[in-house]
Design a protein around this ligand. Structure first.
Ligand code: AMP
Ligand code: ZN
Length: 112
């Protein structure tokens, strides 16, 4: 836990953020400034700055993020219409919160 990190505080339940899902490894919540009809963030509880900072010891966390992303797409009702999964990496890649998170974006077109 990084005491100055917003996503550490949210993941620790200190910010009144409503979770769509939580387990021992991660939390899922809606993006406060959505860029799509469905825009959820999948956030590990462990403070990792970005994809650049992952180590082999974090492989289970990354696997868990993609597993939960698949489940969340179904929960949000976008699994069949389709969705994007995105990591922004460092400032040039659009990252503004320096605590690893995956964006789940979808819901533009419900046609199958
Ligand atoms: P990134 O640009 O990949 O670092 O994405 C950070 C995302 O966090 C942005 O899409 C923000 O809208 C979102 N965000 C920032 N603060 C909050 C918050 N308190 N609750 C939910 N989402 C947030
Ligand atoms: Zn953090």
């Amino acid at each position: 836990m990084d005491k100055d990190c917003l996503f550490c505080k949210i993941a620790a339940g200190k910010m009144d953020t409503e979770f769509e899902f939580e387990n021992d490894t991660l939390v899922v919540f809606k993006d406060i400034n959505p860029h799509a009809p469905v825009h959820w963030l999948i956030v590990p509880k462990k403070h990792i700055r970005s994809i650049n900072d992952l180590t082999a010891a974090d492989r289970d966390i990354v696997a868990e993020i993609t597993d939960v992303a698949r489940q969340m797409a179904r929960q949000a009702g976008v699994n069949e219409s389709g969705y994007k999964l995105l990591f922004n990496v460092e400032r040039g890649g659009g990252q503004v919160i320096f605590h690893l998170h995956m964006h789940l974006l979808g819901g533009w077109d419900k046609r199958k």
